[in-house]
Design a protein around this ligand. Structure first.
Ligand code: GRG
Length: 298
């Protein structure tokens, strides 16, 4: 397998699927649609739709029902980035190598574009009902999408992060840090692996294994984010670096040092891959993708 070629094929597919579900800009409210599309089209790695498609295929899925969900998860992810960059949150002007949404469209449209992407994600995912005779699988996938991205998932994790930020000087415990990472980042990597499995008709145990893989890889992914914040450059990352140090944040690098944090990333990735290896199905690309996700340089 030529991994880079295979990755490009999958990224192109994710982009093509997204394009099909983006809102039209030529009707009122065109400005809002433009801001939503600007945020989505700014060239993210498309990790979440790729994970979903790979999990779907691994469990034998061959239909289009997964596509509305692939678009929906990238919309939710993009909503989180748009809101994360706002002046009231991280106040960043650079994302994915381009000006952030609020920097281009103003703060009010930036807030609305984030809200609208979140809402549009569900409008999009609901279209899956038209592409299947097995409505129950779509209901289960919607439940996962809503739960993993909401109060008990991504948003809950982000809220604990924000709350602790405001506390300022006091270092976080590893337990609190893990809660934050497993929810604000990990939940959005668990969700696509689980949704792909569910839509392909995988059993409960297999879906739970996919959750566990997402959990391990999600934690590794966020720890790598901590590492890159101190070892990378804004050019390479496409977003500012050094912000954790500037904001005096507790991270895996402050708890374990760069070497220790790298060792933890490797340990978590190995555990995720080991679990993947124990599940039957075609997964050559997914296996390599998980390994490279955790050791990513941007
Ligand atoms: C309004 C306070 C407030 C926050 C809303 C929910 C939310 C914003 C943020 C969730 C937390 C968050 C943004 C976590 C970041 C996770 C992370 C490492 C994202 C980067 O993902 P990549 O590398 O990005 O896949 P690309 O750009 O490639 O898609």
């Amino acid at each position: 397998m030529n991994f880079d070629e295979e990755l490009k094929k999958r990224r192109d597919l994710a982009d093509a699927v997204l394009e099909r579900y983006l809102p039209a800009e030529d009707a009122v409210p065109g400005k809002l649609a433009e801001a939503m599309n600007y945020s989505i089209r700014s060239g993210g790695k498309r990790i979440r739709p790729i994970l979903m498609m790979e999990s779907y295929r691994m469990f034998g899925g061959r239909k289009t029902v997964v596509e509305p969900f692939m678009a929906a998860i990238e919309m939710i992810h993009t909503h989180s980035l748009v809101h994360d960059d706002l002046p009231a949150v991280d106040n960043d002007e650079l994302r994915r190598g381009r000006k952030t949404t609020h920097a281009v469209f103003g703060e009010a449209i930036g807030i609305l574009a984030g809200d609208a992407l979140l809402n549009y994600a569900y409008e999009t995912a609901l279209q899956a009902f038209r592409q299947t005779e097995d409505a129950q699988l779509v209901v289960e996938a919607l439940e996962i999408l809503a739960r993993e991205t909401g109060l008990y998932g991504m948003l809950g994790g982000q809220s604990v992060d924000v709350e602790n930020d405001k506390n300022g000087t006091c270092a976080l415990s590893k337990e609190t840090l893990d809660y934050i990472y497993l929810h604000k980042t990990g939940a959005l990597l668990e969700a696509p692996l689980m949704i792909g499995a569910v839509l392909a008709g995988a059993g409960k145990d297999e879906t739970e294994s996919m959750r566990e893989i997402g959990r391990r890889i999600g934690l590794a992914f966020q720890i790598q984010d901590d590492i890159l914040d101190v070892t990378s450059t804004a050019e390479e990352l496409g977003k500012p670096v050094g912000s954790d140090t500037k904001n005096d944040k507790t991270t895996y690098v402050t708890l374990q040092g760069v070497d220790g944090a790298q060792r933890t990333v490797r340990k978590l990735t190995d555990a995720a891959v080991k679990l993947l290896d124990s599940i039957p199905g075609e997964k050559e690309f997914l296996r390599e993708f998980l390994i490279r996700m955790a050791s990513r340089s941007n």
